[in-house]
Design a protein around this ligand. Structure first.
Ligand code: FAD
Length: 388
């Protein structure tokens, strides 16, 4: 039981991971960015999957950790990577999101075929839930799975905002097997990328995140492709998102800490008004606020993850609080860091310019902040409401 400090072994593991990320992963992210620098800058080319980076995550055993770690260890991994290399963090998280349904619900055959290359970073996974007409309201998804007359289905429709699409090697796809049944009419399928009728297109985002659309034109799937049970796919989606929710907060905490580290160094070094920037109380108190909010976010994240690992009853609300508070805090911390750095932070290629673009999306994906507040409120009012 802890309330809440990491033990020396956990701290040492985080330190080691940050060193590895510096030595092995950041150079691969930089090489990839450099190779695409002109096209990214000119907005001619969207983000691409960085396969060498994902393979390095496999070689270092970090992808294996996605399937063997508890929620707290997953948070420590994501926070440590995010502090040094957001691209590595994101590549790791996407392998987890795409492959967790196979790990948790796949048949022996599906697991034996797809999990070893996913853990090695040779097969790229993706989680395809969102659609142009169904984002926050995921139960409204409309991708049709229509019986093909021989025990299987044909998938027809569109997915949008799918990380790693269209370059992934396989997709966990959520499709409607029962019309008008809402969340109870959805089935999860494992769809290899080379299935005839499956195409996709990349999307160009604020950050060069690998993401795109998928179009299904009568793509055939069979019972061997189902993950879990027919019409129980929404549960596959929600248990996967629940497992990862606190760790989205950890990603945000890692980015906030990176912005704080940079700000401490910069404000201690920058000459201003006959001293250093940090000598101005208006500056040092802002830094104190950044540090306090980051630490509060970290504690919420660790506590939610530890509650998940102990299978406590109020996990949904705690995970929602952790994700909400950490992602909103990271936005504040990164924005304040930009302010305290001045113009240099806005120069393309500066760490803070990078973080400023990266920090925005987590407030929207895996449940927007408003959706997290709705989850928290539902839990609060679901409990016995105290009388006035
Ligand atoms: C970088 C990135 C990566 C992504 N990767 C994936 C992926 O790998 N797989 C995948 O399936 N999807 C992915 N998504 C999609 C993501 O899950 C959706 O963007 C998200 O669910 C929100 O849906 P939407 O964008 O359609 O917004 P909408 O659902 O249209 O919502 C728009 C806004 O309305 C407000 N709102 C919505 N619902 C409520 C509510 N209940 N109460 C109050 N306000 C509300 C919020 O402000 C919300 O931001 C990704 C998105 C991004 C940006």
């Amino acid at each position: 039981m802890t309330a809440f400090s990491l033990n020396p072994e956990q701290t040492a593991r985080c330190d080691r991971l940050r060193e590895l990320a510096e030595e092995r992963l950041r150079p691969l992210a930089e090489a990839h960015a450099e190779a695409h620098a002109e096209t990214y800058a000119d907005k001619k080319e969207p983000g691409r999957v960085n396969r060498p980076l994902t393979e390095a995550l496999g070689e270092l055993g970090l992808l294996e950790g996605l399937f063997t770690s508890g929620a707290l260890d997953l948070c420590l991994m994501r926070e440590s990577l995010a502090r040094v290399c957001t691209e590595a963090e994101t590549a790791l998280a996407l392998q987890g999101l795409g492959a967790h349904p196979v790990h948790a619900y796949g048949s022996l055959e599906q697991r034996e075929h797809w999990l070893p290359p996913t853990r090695a970073g040779r097969a790229i996974a993706a989680f395809a839930l969102s659609e142009p007409g169904a984002g926050s309201d995921a139960a409204a998804l409309a991708l049709r799975a229509e019986p093909d007359g021989s025990g299987g289905w044909r998938l027809t429709g569109e997915k949008s905002w799918i990380s790693n699409a269209p370059e992934a090697d396989f997709y966990t796809v959520f499709a409607r097997t029962s019309p008008d049944a809402g969340a109870r009419g959805v089935t999860a399928f494992l769809v290899p990328a080379d299935r005839p009728g499956l195409t996709g297109a990349p999307l160009d985002m604020l950050s060069p995140h690998p993401i795109g659309t998928l179009a299904f034109d009568g793509v055939r799937v069979s019972t061997a492709d189902v993950l879990g049970d027919v019409n129980h796919g929404f549960r596959v989606a929600m248990t996967t998102l629940n497992r990862f929710r606190p760790s989205v907060g950890a990603f945000a905490v890692g980015m906030a800490q990176a912005a704080l580290d940079a700000t401490l160094a910069h404000t201690a070094d920058r000459d201003a008004f006959g001293g250093k920037l940090k000598d101005l109380q208006a500056v040092s108190h802002q830094v104190a606020e950044m540090a306090t909010r980051t630490e509060a976010a970290r504690l919420l994240v660790y506590a939610a993850a530890a509650a998940y690992d102990r299978d406590e009853p109020d996990i949904a609300g705690r995970a929602a609080m952790a994700k909400l508070f950490a992602t909103e805090t990271a936005q504040f911390v990164v924005d304040t860091a930009v302010q305290l750095h001045g113009a240099r932070a806005l120069r393309r290629g500066h760490l803070l310019e990078h973080l400023y673009r990266e920090v925005r999306a987590p407030r929207i994906y895996e449940g927007a902040s408003e959706v997290q507040r709705a989850v928290i409120a539902k839990e609060l009012y679901g409990k016995e409401t105290p009388s006035a």
